[in-house]
Design a protein around this ligand. Structure first.
Ligand code: NAP
Length: 254
C-alpha cells in the first residue's frame, strides 16, 4: 500500500515506522514551505494520514481530497471548530475518513470500561468522579482530546454532573461540574486516569501509553478498516474500527 503522512512530528514518524515495518511504502511531509500542500505532491497514495496540528487539518484534508485520495485517517487533535468544513470537504469529494483524538485500541476499550464504571459508581452518590491527564511538556493542546472525550462521555451518563470544568481555579469546585486536570511535564506520551472518590475509598482506572506504537497500530487498523469495504463519505468514529477488530465478520458487512 502507498501512503502519505501529513505531519512529521512524533505521531507521524510512529505511523511511518509501523507502515514500513509491514512493508508498505510511505512518504512523510512536514509543514509545507508555502503554507499549503500541493495536491500534486500527494498523488499516488491510497491512504493519507493526517498527523500535523489542529489549525492545519482543514487545509490538509482539502489538499488530500483534491489529490484524488479517498481514504483518510485523522489523528490530529484540536480541530473541532473546523469540523463542519472538513465534513463538507469529505462528503463533496466522496472521501471517507476515520477521525479520533486517540487512535489506541487500548484507550478505545478504556472508554467502554469508563462507561461501565460510570453506570456503577454514578449510581452511588458518595462516589465523585474526576479526570487527570498527563502528557509531555511540549504538547500543544490542553486538556488532551482524549481527556475531553472521556469527560464528555462521563458527563453524558452521570446523573449529577451536567458540565465539564477544563480549567479549574482556586476555591471549591461546583457540584455539577466534572474536573479535568492536565499535567505537562517530562516526556510522557499519554496517561489518562478516571477516578471515583468517596469518603472512605478511591477507585481509579488508568490507561498509560509507554510509547506511540499503540497510536500507530490503531492508525493502521483504521486504514485497513477503510480499505476493507466501501465506506460512506464523511467522518467515521474510531469506535467503528474497534467494533471491526472485536467482530471482524460484522465489520465487512457494515
Ligand atoms: N490520535 C492519536 O492517537 C494521537 C496520538 C498522539 C498525538 N496526537 C495528536 O496528533 C498531532 C500530532 O502529534 P505530534 O505529537 O506529532 O505533534 P507535534 O510534535 O506538534 O508535530 C506535528 C508536526 O507537524 C508539522 N506540521 C505543521 N503544519 C503542518 C502541515 N500543514 N502539514 C504537515 N505537517 C505540519 C509540525 O511542524 P512545525 O513544528 O513547523 O509546526 C510538526 O513537525 C497533535 O494534534 C497531537 O495532539 C494524536
Amino acid at each position: 500500500m502507498d501512503s502519505v503522512i501529513l505531519g512529521d512530528g512524533p505521531l507521524g514518524r510512529a505511523i511511518a515506522a509501523a507502515l514500513v515495518e509491514r512493508g508498505d511504502r510511505v512518504r512523510v511531509l512536514g509543514r509545507p514551505p508555502g503554507g499549503a500542500h500541493d495536491p500534486a505532491a500527494l498523488v499516488g497514495a491510497v491512504v493519507a494520514f493526517e498527523a500535523s496540528r489542529g489549525d492545519a487539518v482543514a487545509a490538509n484534508v482539502e489538499a488530500i481530497v483534491r489529490s484524488g485520495i479517498r481514504r483518510l485517517v485523522i489523528g490530529t487533535t484540536a480541530w473541532d471548530a473546523d469540523r463542519s468544513r472538513i465534513e463538507t470537504i469529505l462528503v463533496t469529494g466522496g472521501a471517507a475518513a476515520v477521525a479520533a483524538p486517540n487512535l489506541s485500541l487500548g484507550v478505545a476499550l478504556f472508554g467502554r470500561l469508563v462507561d461501565a464504571a460510570v453506570a456503577l459508581y454514578g449510581s452511588v452518590p458518595a462516589f465523585d468522579p474526576y479526570v487527570v491527564e498527563w502528557h509531555r511538556r511540549g504538547k500543544a493542546d490542553r486538556p488532551s482530546g482524549t481527556a475531553r472525550a472521556l469527560a464528555a462521555r462521563i458527563v453524558a451518563a452521570h446523573p449529577r454532573l451536567i458540565r465539564v470544568d477544563e480549567a479549574p481555579t482556586a476555591g471549591p469546585s461546583a457540584s455539577d461540574a466534572l474536573e479535568v486536570v492536565g499535567i505537562r511535564a517530562g516526556a510522557n506520551p499519554g496517561s489518562h486516569l478516571v477516578g471515583f472518590d468517596a469518603p472512605g475509598e478511591t477507585v481509579e482506572l488508568r490507561c498509560v501509553a509507554r510509547d506511540r506504537t499503540a497510536y500507530a497500530a490503531g492508525a493502521l487498523a483504521a486504514a485497513d478498516w477503510l480499505l476493507s469495504a466501501g465506506r460512506s463519505p464523511g467522518l467515521h468514529a474510531f469506535d467503528s474500527v474497534v467494533d471491526g477488530v472485536l467482530r471482524p465478520e460484522a465489520a465487512m458487512a457494515s
